[in-house]
Design a binder for this molecule. Sequence first.
Ligand SMILES: [Cu+2]
Length: 509
Amino acid sequence: MTSVKPWFRILAPLLCSGAIAFTAGAAGGGEDIGSPGSGGVTEAQKATYAASLPTEQAVLTAAPMVPPAITRDHAARVVVDLEVREIVKPLADGVDYTFWTFGGEVPGLFIRVRQGDLVEFHLSNHPSSKLPHNIDLHAVTGPGGGAASSFTAPGHSSVFSFEALNPGLYVYHCATAPVPVHVASGMYGLILVEPPESLPPVDKEYYVMQGEFYTSGRYGEPGLQTFEMQKALDERPDYVVLNGSVGAMVGDKAITANVDETVRLFVGNGGPNLISSFHVIGEIFDTVYQEAGTLPDQSNVQTTLVPAGGAAMVEFRVDVPGTYILVDHSLFRAFNKGALGMLKVKGDANRIIYSGKEVDEVYLGEQSAAGSESSRREAELVAAKAEAIASNPQIAKIEGQIQMERGHKIFLSTCFACHGANGEGVAGVFPPLAESDFLEGDLDLVINTVVRGMTGPVTVNGKQYNSIMPPQPLPDEQVADVLTFVMNSWGNSAEPVTMEQVKAVRAQD
Ligand SMILES: [Cu+2]
């Protein structure tokens, strides 16, 4: 940055008048001095600066909408209120998923500020949330991008502020451990930092963001799906979607434009794993801001890469009416996993540019109603097969052994640090799990201990403990596996714990 920072312009006169004293190194010239000195800027000085700025409430929008362009020619103190919510919503027709969201939406609400703005960020976490969350904005200059300052437990809110130093389109995401699991649950969105001279005017602007989901069931398998760690590790998503669900931008939810209009798409990719090859079937991007930097650095592009945790801006003029299909050109993702949207353009035909006759269905394949009906039927049959296999006693026995081994691995990575490698505990501090009479009590209480943690006095085998076990951020299946292992090791014996039992406890409030 070489220009005079807006906060220096405000603070310099106060500095010269002695109202604010910077420590050694402060320059009085008022020219471009960069930082005010080795003493930096104190909290009090920042407050003075913040108070000198006009205050604005940021307008936040759900995809595919974008907040209005910023027209002011000066910096402002921009207040952003964003609430984290964990909610069950459709991921596809008949398929539900527990999304962790910024603002109740996947992708999270779009934020628009201007370079030089002092952004005052209020992150709250709804009381019904099960987990703490935070936010790392790639637009922030500072360690963690705001993550540590915004760590927020359910029912709480945090405030931090940052100066939007660099213009561009940036991804934000949750950075609470395990980070990739929070991102894979839908915790990402975009923040646009407009350059002072604004982006060139266009007729339509839209917000499109890709992300993957790793579900217990296969694509289309009906019912509430849970996060599947192994598929995520293998980078094998069942769903790759635009704007949070299959069909979120299809049919009457398509984005629209009129012939002869210019369209700008703010395209983001939450990942967490895949790189998107973003393409609009039947259009050519007149301008691409690669990787969403502010330099319009390419013209006449067919497909642009959108990295995981990155973005791109594309602009094009629509010349011919019809339906244009937005895809990740890794095409199985588009036609079999959901990474497909539509732009519907209305207006008069131009038979020179395109001779015509459009068949809407040609590119839809499995996305059409009949296609998704048949994949649902297939998924039901696969589920029926799994049930038949599970009822075979020999297979059931092997399944049981697999569950024990999975549970053992989870125990060794999460529980053993406190409870000891053989569940022996630490006298007076960590209660034993080996031959623990607590485990013989109410199973819901045992599950609850792992899911929600435990505080306060508890008696195990006649000895009192009064300490804290934090909630263990494990998906339902892993809670079931680790408890099955614990409750069938070191002299303990019990029925296997199922994912459904864990889910039921988690649903209780
Ligand atoms: Cu989170």
